[in-house]
Design a protein around this ligand. Structure first.
Ligand code: NAD
Length: 508
C-alpha cells in the first residue's frame, strides 16, 4: 500500500485545504482514513478551518474572473489533458479508491475509467455549448439565447463514488467556465487529495489560474459553509436524502441553486416473460456489487407469481456461491461495508425486517475472524417482505435484497413506484408490450428506466439522476451541462427606430 500512496502523491500526513497547486497549512483537527479492507490506518488529512475555507473562496473568485474569459475549447483542451493524466494514473488511483473505499479493484479501475470518459465527453462539449435563435416580432431585430458560466460551483460528494462524482461535476463545470470547490466525503479524503494533485500538475503546465480547483476537507460543517455561502451560486450535493433536504433548504434560503443526487430504492420487475439467466446475473450484480453501497443498487425484486418459487430458488443458489472477502482479491464478489456505523445500520435493518414480519430466504450477519479483520464484512441476505413495510420504504446502504410477488403488471409498476425515492428501475421481460408500458408515462416514475439490464451501471453519455426524494438533479451526459450555466436571452435592434413589443406605442 505504501507504493500506491507514493505513486498518488500521498504522504502519511496531508494538508487538506488547497487552491490548486498551493496547500494551505491548517491547524484543524486531522481526519484519519482507515481502510475497510483490513482496518488499517492509511494516512491522515487536515480538516479545513473557516479561515482557510475563506481563503479558498477568495482565490476561486479571483480565478473565475480570468478563467471565464478563456475560450471554451481552450478550457476543453485542459480537460483533455486531465483525461490523459488520469489514463497515466489509472492503476494507482484505482487501487487507492479500492483500498480506501473498499470496492473491488475492477470497480476502482472502472471508477477512474468513468472519470476519463467524462473528460472525453466534456472536451467535445466544449465546442457545443449552444443556444437557440428565435424570430423577433419586431422588424430589424434579432433574438437569441446564450449560456454563460455562473461562478463558483461547490461540490459535496459521498464516500461510495469518491472520485467519479466529483469529476462528473468538475469537468463539465470547468469547460463551462466555472471554478470549483470540492468538499469530499470525510470517509474517503485521500482519493480527493490524489485527484487534486493530478489536476494541479495539468493546470500548472497550462498556466490555469490558481483557484480554479479548490479542495476543502472535513465533515458536514465544512459542507454547511458551502451551502450557506452566497458567494457560491451553485451547490451540487451527492449523498443521503437526509443531507440533501438540509442542503436544499439552506441553499434555497439564500435563493441559490442546488443540484441534488440523493438516495435510491431501486427495483427490478421480473416478468413471467423474462430471460431468467440474464435476469439472474443482473439481479445478483445489482444487489451485491459494491456490497450494496451504490445509489443504484438493486434493493427490491418484484417477481411474477408464476415464476416466484423457481426464481427465488435460483437466487438462493447463486447467493450460496458468492465469495466474500478482500475486494483486492479478484476471486471475491463481495467486499466490506465502509465502516462500523454502516455495519450497525445493516444489523438494525435486519432486526426491523424481522419485527415487521419479513422472512429471510438467505440469512445475514457479520463475518468475523480470518481475513475479516476490519469487522466491516457482512453477508448479503434476501428477505421476503411486503412493499408497504416501513423498513422497505427506506434505503439501507448494505447488501439486503427484498423480494415480493405480483400478479398483474399494473400492480408491479405501482409497487415499483410506491417508495419515496425515484432513482433507478428495471424490467426483465421479452414481452414488448410489457417493456413499452414500463417505459410509458404510466410506467416507471424514476430518472432511470432500463429493460433487460439491472438498475446499476450507468453510462456517462446519458443524464444521470432521479426524481422525488432522489432530489431531481441531473449530471453527466445529455444536456446536464445547462445546470452549470446561466441562460441569457438577447435582443438586438439593428434598425433606425425603436418599436416596442406587443405593439405598445410610446410617442414623445
Ligand atoms: P452522506 O449524506 O452521509 O454524506 C455525503 C456528503 O454530504 C459528505 O461529504 C458529508 O460530509 C456531507 N454532508 C453531510 N451532512 C451535510 C450537511 N448538513 N450539509 C452539507 N454537507 C453535508 O452520504 P454518504 O453516506 O457519504 O453516501 C451514501 C448516500 O449517497 C446514499 O444515500 C446514496 O444513495 C447516496 N448517493 C447518491 C448518488 C446519486 O447520484 N443519486 C450517488 C452516490 C451516492
Amino acid at each position: 500500500m505504501k507504493n500506491i500512496l507514493k505513486s498518488t502523491g500521498i504522504e502519511s500526513h496531508n494538508e487538506g485545504t488547497s487552491t490548486g497547486s498551493n496547500w494551505i497549512k491548517t491547524d484543524g483537527p486531522g481526519i484519519t482514513s482507515w481502510s475497510p479492507v483490513d482496518g488499517k490506518e492509511i494516512a491522515t488529512v487536515q480538516t479545513s478551518t473557516k479561515e482557510n475555507y475563506d481563503k479558498v473562496v477568495v482565490k476561486a473568485q479571483e480565478a473565475y474572473l480570468e478563467w471565464r474569459s478563456w475560450p471554451a475549447p481552450k478550457r476543453g483542451e485542459v480537460v483533455r489533458q486531465i483525461g490523459d493524466a488520469l489514463r497515466a494514473n489509472k492503476e494507482s488511483l484505482g487501487k487507492l479508491v479500492a483500498y480506501e473505499m473498499g470496492k473491488s479493484l475492477q470497480e476502482g479501475y472502472g471508477e477512474v475509467q468513468e472519470m476519463i470518459d467524462i473528460c472525453d465527453f466534456a472536451v467535445g462539449l466544449s465546442r457545443q455549448l449552444h443556444g437557440l435563435t428565435m424570430h423577433s416580432e419586431r422588424p430589424l431585430h434579432r433574438m437569441y439565447e446564450q449560456w454563460h458560466p455562473i461562478g463558483i460551483v461547490g461540490i459535496i460528494s459521498a464516500f461510495n463514488f469518491p472520485v467519479a462524482v466529483w469529476s462528473w461535476n468538475a469537468m463539465l463545470a470547468w469547460i463551462c467556465g466555472n471554478v470549483c470547490i470540492w468538499k469530499p466525503s470525510e470517509k474517503t479524503p485521500l482519493t480527493a487529495v490524489a485527484c487534486q494533485k493530478i489536476v494541479a500538475a495539468v493546470f500548472a503546465a497550462n498556466h490555469v489560474p490558481e483557484g480554479v480547483s479548490g479542495l476543502i476537507n472535513g465533515g458536514r460543517e465544512v459542507g454547511e459553509w458551502l451551502s450557506k455561502d452566497a458567494r457560491i451560486p451553485l451547490v451540487s450535493a451527492t449523498g443521503s436524502t437526509r443531507m440533501g433536504k438540509l442542503v436544499a433548504a439552506t441553499v434555497a434560503e439564500r435563493l441559490g441553486r442546488s443540484l441534488l443526487e440523493l438516495g435510491g430504492n431501486n427495483a427490478i420487475i421480473i416478468s413471467s416473460a423474462a430471460d431468467v439467466d440474464t435476469a439472474l446475473i443482473g439481479v445478483v450484480f445489482g444487489a451485491v456489487g459494491t456490497a450494496g453501497q451504490r445509489c443504484t443498487t438493486t434493493r427490491r425484486l418484484i417477481i411474477h407469481e408464476s415464476i416466484y418459487a423457481d426464481f427465488t430458488a435460483k437466487l438462493v443458489k447463486a447467493y450460496g456461491q458468492l465469495r466474500i472477502g478482500s475486494p483486492l482479491d479478484e476471486k471475491n464478489h463481495v467486499g466490506p461495508l465502509i465502516d462500523s456505523d454502516a455495519v450497525k445500520a445493516y444489523m438494525d435493518t435486519i432486526s426491523k425486517i424481522k419485527e415487521q414480519g419479513g422472512q429471510f430466504l438467505v440469512n445475514g450477519g457479520i463475518l468475523e475472524g480470518g481475513e475479516y479483520t476490519s469487522g466491516c464484512y457482512v453477508k448479503p441476505c434476501i428477505a421476503e417482505v411486503q412493499n408497504s413495510f416501513p423498513i422497505v420504504q427506506h434505503e439501507t446502504f448494505a447488501p439486503i435484497l427484498y423480494v415480493m410477488k405480483y400478479t398483474e403488471m399494473a400492480d408491479a409498476i405501482a409497487m415499483q413506484n410506491d417508495v419515496p425515492q425515484g432513482l433507478s428501475s428495471s424490467i426483465m421481460t421479452l414481452n414488448m408490450r410489457e417493456a413499452e408500458l414500463f417505459l410509458s408515462a404510466q410506467g416507471s416514475d424514476c430518472g432511470i428506466a432500463n429493460v433487460n439490464i439491472g438498475t446499476s451501471g450507468a453510462e456517462i453519455g446519458g443524464a444521470f439522476g432521479g426524481e422525488k426524494e432522489t432530489g431531481g438533479g441531473r449530471e453527466s451526459g445529455s444536456d446536464a451541462w445547462k445546470a452549470y450555466m446561466r441562460r441569457q436571452t438577447c435582443t438586438i435592434n439593428y434598425g433606425a427606430v425603436l418599436p416596442l413589443a406587443q405593439g405598445i406605442r410610446f410617442d414623445l
